[in-house]
Structure formats: C-alpha cells, structure tokens
Design a protein around this ligand. Structure first.
Ligand code: GCU
Length: 480
C-alpha cells in the first residue's frame, strides 16, 4: 500500500519539480547542516515528569520516565531533507542495569531495544547514538521504555544529517589508526595491509559482572591501560543469553557503542561453554549475530567470536557449526572478521589429547576468519606453548583468553611461564585478550574485590598482582 502511493507520488509532475528543486538547493545545505538539540523537558511526555534534582543536565531539566513499561518521550524534530540522520540521546542512568527503549519515527518502529547502559550516577551524563531515516519536514521521534524500570533520565536529543562514516574514536586510537581489519595469510592486518597485534582485556560473564563495565572502567582501559581491544563475554547458558535474549543483546549493543566511542576494537564473544557442542545453540546464535551484525555492519571495529570454548565435541562438529554461522554474519556484514573456537576448550584439541594437525587436515571452508587458542600458564606448559608456536606458523590464530594462573582462573600466578607466552605472541603478532576485567575473588580477575562498586579504576592501586602484570603488558607501545 505505502509502496504504490510512493510510486504514484514520484510520477506526479508537481512532485518531480519539487524533487529537482530540492536536489539543487538542499544538497549544499545538507552538507553543512548543523546539529540541532531538542530538550526533553520541551517534548511530549507520557508517564514521566520533568525534574532538575540531579546536576549536569542541559536546558532547564530532564525527564524522569515513570518506572513502567510504555512510558515515553516524543520529540518533534525538523529535517531539512529526507534521509539518514543521526540521533544522539544525552542521558543518565544511576542504576547498574541498562534502561532500553524502542525508537519509533512517525509511528513506525526504527530501532528496537536501544540500550542505555549504566552511567555510574544520576549526575553522570553520557550519550547513546543511533541512525534513523527521517522525512523532510516534521518528524515525531518517540522513545518508549521497554522494561519495568522505565527509561533513563533523558536530557536531550541532538539530530544531525548522518555522515557516510560512523563517528570514529579519538584520532590516535587503535581503531582510528588501523580501521577495518582483515585476515592476511596467517596474520590480522590493518587497512594498510600491515600485520598488527591487538592486546586487550576480556570481561568476565556480563550476566554476573556488568557493574565492572561502566564509563570509568572503560576510560581506564582505553586511556590508562591503552588497550586495543575489548572482549564482551556473553555466556549463553549459565544464566546468560538464553534467560533473556533481548536484555543480553541490548547489553552487547551498548558495550559495542562504548568501545567504539573510545576507539577500541569490540570482540563480541558468544560464550558457549556448557553444553560444549556449539551446534546446540545454532538457532540462538543465528538470531543474535544477525541482529548484532545488522546493527553494527558500518562500524570498522566489530569482530565476531562465534564459539568461545567448544568442548566434549569433535572437530568435525565445530567446523560444521562455523561453516553454518560464518555466512549468517557475512550476509549482514560482508567484511567482518570472524573468530572460531577450537575443540578441547579452544586448544586445537590439545586438551583432548589430540594434536593440532586435525584442524590443519580439515580446515574450515571460509575466508577472513581466525581460529582461537586459550591457555592458562600455570596449567598449560611447554607442550601448549610449542603447539601455539606451530599453529601460528600454519593458520591465523588469536588468543581470546589466557590467564597467568591455572585453568580455573584462580591460584598462584606463574609470571615466568606467562612471559614466555607473551614473548611468543609478540614475536608472531598473535593478538590476545586476557581473562578477566572484573573484581571477582579469583586471582585472575584483575581488580581487587569491591573495586567495581566504586569509580576508581586507573593506575595500579585497584589491581591484584595479575592485573598489575597484564596492565603493564597491554600498555607497552603498539607497533602500528
Ligand atoms: C531515582 C532518581 C531518579 C530516577 C529514578 C529511576 O529516584 O533520583 O532521577 O529517575 O531513580 O530509577 O528512574
């Protein structure tokens, strides 16, 4: 119906003239269009109140959504011309959970479940961005709370013509310097086809430690630790994704935006663990990765890790899963790099008593992907180190998890053995993310217990010994 009306309109002589006029006069205006900010307190509010009791807002106040599903703020905005526009919402969320909203434009769904992650305090204001299509002239942009907690405290909405490029991170950030990555031979290469090594941290399970992922901790990771990459560890079972797909997908969307703002690569980890056969979760993985890749396909910094640690499963079955899932992601994001875990908890079968040659002899039939390898230095000794060295000479490999302790993530640190792995990975440009960026009680969680309740994450003060050690190894200068 709508489609045939639009065809008719295009054929109308009056509208053709208008369109040509618009093309002549609107294009230069569009290119130089300035962003316009709309205050929430001037918007249409349903089940919400204007308040001013938390400092830091702009204008004369902000909207406190009622804590109910369905409360909304509707902004009436003007667009000089039809087309893609960026929406930047300024907000505060002093709780520890995201406050997602659905965005509609002129009554039509545009973005579902836009995540508004915790900002650390009601006086701490941040922005969340998305892109939507607007018609020329007046548009109604409605943000409706989708959870019983209502929306975040809404300060303003800034609308601008969307650029063709997504906003980059800081000018000297890892993403600004390297851009869209690709696999080149056995290495990961940047836009200039130069092999690079990325170093960073993995979260703990985001169903347990979301309090450790907030603006202050991510600022510390990007600017004090100088991390290149942030792994977002979303478990599937163990109280993760399968318990609330919408909530966990929204959390991941939000964390990707936070990494993007800070110029870090975002590694989206499908953290299947129990059961260990990734095929058990294929239907869920399809749903999740289709939405993630669709939403973030224009970004240059998203990497997809489709199987954390396959275990108690044959290599043939892991390969089958990978060959099914890689095309699902590529259908949305053709140039996205994909990582695939290997059998034996991502050890190329070594932890199953096998050898890496099983993978070499039966490789995944796909392009632009890397296998992954995990080790815990106090458990995984020379036979693992030597296997990693041989593997890196043969196939693309990324270490998406390692620890300086035993494979439980706990116990004494073996820094001498860990350093041998670090040296090997530096020499062969094997990228890595260390387990884990949380204040869990185990020795492998970098922060001392209780750190994540606060706001101080920079320096060595809040760190356990493993944290001090790995921060030092992330901070050393990159060679890109
Ligand atoms: C607190 C806070 C409000 C906020 C509310 C909420 O009451 O002071 O500004 O809107 O929590 O949870 O939504």
């Amino acid at each position: 119906m709508a489609r045939s009306r639009r065809v008719a309109a295009v054929l109308s002589p009056a509208l053709v003239t208008t369109a040509i006029t618009a093309a002549v006069f609107t294009v230069p205006q569009t290119a130089s269009a300035a962003p316009v900010t709309y205050q929430s307190e001037s918007a249409t509010i349903s089940r919400g109140v204007v308040e001013s009791n938390h400092t830091g807002f702009t204008g004369s106040g902000f909207v406190n959504f009622d804590n109910v599903t369905g409360s909304y703020v509707e902004y009436t905005v003007n667009a000089a011309a039809a087309g893609r526009h960026s929406l930047v919402f300024r907000y505060a969320n002093g709780t520890t959970a995201s406050r997602p909203v659905d965005v509609t434009v002129n009554g039509t769904p545009a973005v579902s479940g836009l995540s508004f992650p915790a900002t650390g305090a009601w006086t701490s204001w941040q922005t969340v961005s998305t892109n939507v299509n607007l018609v020329a002239g007046t548009n109604r942009i409605r943000t409706t709370a989708t959870s019983a907690n209502g929306g975040p405290n809404a300060d303003s909405l800034t609308v601008d013509v969307a650029g063709t490029e997504p906003p980059p991170g800081p000018a000297d950030s890892p993403v600004a310097l390297n851009g869209q990555l690709h696999v080149c031979g056995t290495k990961l290469c940047n836009e200039r086809n130069q092999p690079i090594q990325l170093r960073g941290m993995s979260t703990h399970g985001i169903q347990w430690y979301s309090q450790c992922v907030k603006s202050q901790s991510l600022d510390a990771l990007a600017t004090d630790w100088k991390a290149d990459i942030f792994r977002i560890s979303m478990y599937i079972q163990e109280g993760g994704y399968e318990t609330d797909p919408r909530k966990f997908t929204d959390m991941v969307h939000g964390y990707i935006e936070e990494a993007t703002k800070r110029g870090m690569y975002a590694l989206v980890d499908w953290h299947q663990l129990t059961p260990g056969d990734p095929n058990y979760n294929t239907a869920r993985a399809r749903t999740f990765f289709t939405e993630i890749a669709q939403r973030h396909k224009d970004k240059k910094n998203v990497i997809y890790d489709i199987a954390n640690e396959p275990n108690n499963v044959s290599w043939a079955n892991v390969k089958r899963y990978a060959e099914e899932m890689i095309p699902v992601i590529r259908a949305q994001d053709p140039d996205g790099v994909v990582f695939v875990g290997t059998h034996g908890w991502s050890t190329f079968g070594i932890s199953d008593g096998k050898s890496e040659t099983e993978v070499f002899n039966n490789p995944i039939n796909a392009t632009n992907f890397m296998y992954t390898f995990h080790f815990y230095a106090a458990t995984h000794r020379d036979n693992y180190l030597n296997a990693l060295s041989r593997i890196a000479d043969r196939v693309p490999v990324f270490v998406t998890e390692f620890g300086t302790q035993t494979s439980s993530g706990d116990g004494g640190n073996d820094f001498a053995m860990s350093q041998r792995y670090i040296d090997l990975m530096a020499q062969k440009k094997i990228g890595w993310t260390n387990w884990n960026f949380s204040d869990d009680f185990r020795s492998g969680a970098v922060f001392k217990s209780g750190t994540c309740a606060g706001t101080s994450f920079a320096g060595t003060g809040p760190l356990k010994p493993a944290g001090v050690w790995v921060r030092e190894r992330i901070r050393t200068p990159d060679n890109f």
